[in-house]
Design a protein around this ligand. Structure first.
Ligand code: SAM
Length: 355
């Protein structure tokens, strides 16, 4: 760590904000000593809000049909080798029932942008989950929809929405997506979700093609101003059915570094240690927690379809039962001094000591 990077880190810890060029400099000049300093402060910041609690979300991957063609994604429409599936309302309700019995109090319904899930169908699914599990939160991660659709889903009971912004740099967005996809529309969706009253999650992949310290600095500035309730960042992992075959060296370390920076920018944020991080490093999720994450998202999808929801190669836990996933994560969380809790896990805006 140089004197200059130490000074920048101290400003971040004190002020929770930096100029863009300082974020880029921290990323470019980072070393183990700097990463350790930021991780220590990030853990302290997390503990002030959440103690040692780690929240768990049951991920139900409801469909891998997708009308989009994001260049990095294994379920993009032009991947002809992808065997498509979608779950019925009954199957989704069964996953949630199993999850509830295992202690999950948040269900995340995620899928490709699949026209089958009209507002009517999706509202019916959301309302049913809320009716059957009134003490649980329902999170949607179903991509870009129009404002009135988001409103209807909110009115049906959806509590949270995850929509990674993917990159806050317009030119970078253009290189990761086909021309018919719009940076402005994605950003407008996030704004609409916030205005409607959802707890909103944004996020991005680390190590995505054409990413630079400057594009990452733009992401961090966006997080500073948007102040999301959740922030999903995980490594980009190549999928053989896409044009992007390479993952930069050091992606796991950079992901952990950025988790610490994000925790320091916005201390109460709900920050997952992602399955993708566990995919590229055997202790990836533990390292994510040590860097300041406080959420894990094990899979509740039926085992028969898990392999088919393949956003990237070598995805973890595709052959395991949900209970096995939960037990495995429980042990991993305990190994780093935290505890997996049964709670909805909403964002806490007040520090624990002051409650
Ligand atoms: N369709 C919804 C949407 O667009 O938000 C949700 C599903 S989408 C597949 C969920 C997330 O997967 C994306 O936001 C993206 O960041 C991530 N993802 C896609 N391909 C990936 C890859 N190759 N490696 C890591 N993450 C990936």
């Amino acid at each position: 760590m140089t004197d200059a990077t130490r000074r920048i880190a101290e400003t971040l810890i004190r002020e929770h904000a930096l100029p863009k060029q300082d974020y880029a400099r921290l990323i470019r000049e980072r070393d183990d000593e700097l990463a350790k300093l930021l991780a220590e402060h990030a853990r302290r910041a997390r503990e002030r809000y959440y103690g040692s609690d780690v929240f768990t979300r049951g991920l139900i991957e409801i469909s891998n049909f997708c009308k989009n063609d994001c260049l990095y994604c294994g379920i993009r429409r032009s991947n002809r080798d992808c065997v498509r599936y979608r779950l019925t309302e009954e199957e989704i309700a069964a996953c949630a029932r199993e999850g509830y019995a295992l202690g999950f109090r948040t269900f995340v319904l995620q899928g490709g942008e699949d026209g089958y899930y009209t507002d009517e169908r999706l509202c019916s699914i959301v309302a049913r989950l809320k009716r059957e599990h009134p003490d649980c939160a329902v999170t949607l991660s179903m991509g870009e929809r129009e404002r009135d659709s988001y409103q209807r889903l909110f009115d049906a009971g959806a509590d949270r929405y995850l929509l990674r912004h993917e990159t806050a740099d317009r030119a970078h967005y253009g290189r990761l997506h086909p021309p018919e996809m719009s940076f402005d529309h994605r950003m407008a969706c996030l704004k609409n979700l916030r205005e409607i009253g959802y707890q909103v999650g944004c996020g991005f992949m680390v190590g995505s093609p054409f990413q630079t310290p400057e594009t990452l600095a733009e992401d961090l500035r966006f997080i500073e101003t948007f102040r999301p309730d959740m922030c999903g960042i995980g490594p980009f992992v190549p999928h053989h059915g896409t044009p992007f075959k390479d993952m930069p060296a050091g992606t796991a370390e950079l992901t952990c570094f950025l988790l610490s920076v994000i925790r320091l920018i916005h201390p109460p944020v709900l920050l997952p240690a992602t399955t993708a991080l566990g995919t590229i490093h055997p202790r990836g999720r533990e390292l994510g927690l040590l860097a300041g994450a406080n959420v894990v998202m094990p899979n509740l999808s039926p085992v028969a379809v898990r392999k088919q929801y393949e956003l990237y190669d070598n995805k973890l836990c595709t052959g395991e039962e949900s209970a096995q996933c939960r037990d495995c994560l429980d042990a991993r969380v305990r190994s780093v001094g935290c505890r997996l809790v049964t709670a909805r896990g909403d964002i806490r805006f007040q520090e624990k000591q002051s409650l």
